[in-house]
Design a binder for this molecule. Structure first.
Ligand SMILES: NCc1[nH]cc(CCC(=O)O)c1CC(=O)O
Ligand SMILES: [Mg+2]
Length: 330
């Protein structure tokens, strides 16, 4: 018997795409300002705004302007900002003591923001690289980034940040055991409500280049970070890293960079079901900004599309330098 040819396509997915209203109706993911964390670079001085050359559109802000940016974030419905310091090279040392100075830039900015915009969350990075004259996230001994001694430094840094009023600590150093050390320190100093968003699966990536310019760590960095950040070839290992950080007391986890690691985001969310974030890092920002500035891509559309991809991949939110611009557009 000859096959009966179907007189029409058996399935017509285009029915659900034919007009804006029905696309809205069936959309599986939605982006909102509440999905965004905004990373802000803080510098010294007053009413100072310094452009970051490799991140056109992003400025380093003095504390007073960072407070204004925080106000803007809250007004736009962005729940949280993440602060990163541009540290005066003269203050950087091999022991990175500035990291636990109660009056360092990020601690000062945190106190100022919490005093002015208390409803906004403030997140701080726990890692030594902005303060370390070797540019590494950990302490360097004989050319090696040492794990356990670094943990003691991170503990001091984390306590100073909690004392300053940070709501979220983001350990981004990738030392083994740091989450446990920080959680124990927080518990024993009456900071049981401080949240840990662990940079659990953080890769040794070329996409961090512009950030290192922004915090002034590029010139300082000796060598690379491959002995502590993850190998981009590995995926299963990301799940082991996340499992360890959750067991040690992380509340939420992050995958970093973002766009090239969407598979990791999906696997982490599926496997653990905990709040999962991605960091759309400086190099991702720079690529989009540069292509848009050349007129090669449509900036507004590509920003929205790239951030939607994180939600579709399973992320609960994204750290992105596009946060205020996207929130405004939404
Ligand atoms: N530990 C520091 C840190 N925290 C966030 C970033 C990168 C963020 C970005 O590129 O936007 C880095 C850089 C690095 O690990 O070298
Ligand atoms: Mg780890």
């Amino acid at each position: 018997m000859p096959p009966i040819p179907a007189p029409f396509p058996l399935s017509r997915p285009r029915r659900l795409r034919r007009a804006g209203w029905i696309r809205e109706l069936v959309a599986e993911t939605r982006l909102s300002p509440a999905d965004l964390l905004w990373p802000i670079f803080v510098t010294g001085g007053e009413t100072r705004r310094e452009p970051v050359p490799s991140m056109p559109g992003v400025d380093r802000l003095s504390v007073d302007l960072a407070v204004e940016a925080a106000r803007e974030a809250a007004d736009l419905g962005i729940p949280c900002v993440a602060l990163f310091p541009y540290t005066d090279p003269a203050v950087k040392t091999p022991e990175a003591e500035e990291a636990w100075n109660p009056d360092n830039l990020v601690n000062t900015a945190t106190r100022a923001i919490k005093a002015t915009v208390p409803e906004l969350g403030v997140m701080l990075d726990v890692a030594l690289d902005p303060y370390n004259s070797d540019g590494h996230d950990g302490l360097v001994r004989g050319g090696v980034v040492v794990n356990d001694e670094t943990l003691l430094a991170l503990e001091k840094q984390a306590l100073a940040q909690a004392e300053a009023g940070a709501d979220i600590l983001g350990p981004s150093d990738m030392m083994d055991g740091r989450i446990g050390v920080i959680r124990r320190a927080l518990e024993s100093h009456d900071f049981q409500d401080v949240t840990i968003l662990s940079y659990a699966a953080k890769y040794a990536s070329a996409f961090y280049g512009p950030f290192r310019d922004a915090v002034g760590a590029s010139g300082a960095l000796k060598g690379d970070k491959k002995s502590y950040q993850m190998d981009p070839r590995n995926g299963d290992e990301a799940l082991r890293e996340v499992a360890a950080d959750l067991a040690e007391g992380a509340d939420m986890v992050m995958v970093k960079p973002g766009m090239p690691y969407l598979d990791i985001c999906t696997r982490v969310k599926r496997e653990f079901g905990v709040p999962t974030f991605a960091y759309q890092v400086s190099g991702e920002y720079a690529m989009i900004a540069a292509a848009a500035a050349s007129g090669w891509v449509d900036r507004d559309r590509i920003v929205a599309e790239s951030l939607t991809a994180f939600k579709r991949a399973g992320c609960d939110g994204v750290l992105t330098y596009f946060a205020p611009e996207l929130a405004r557009a939404l």
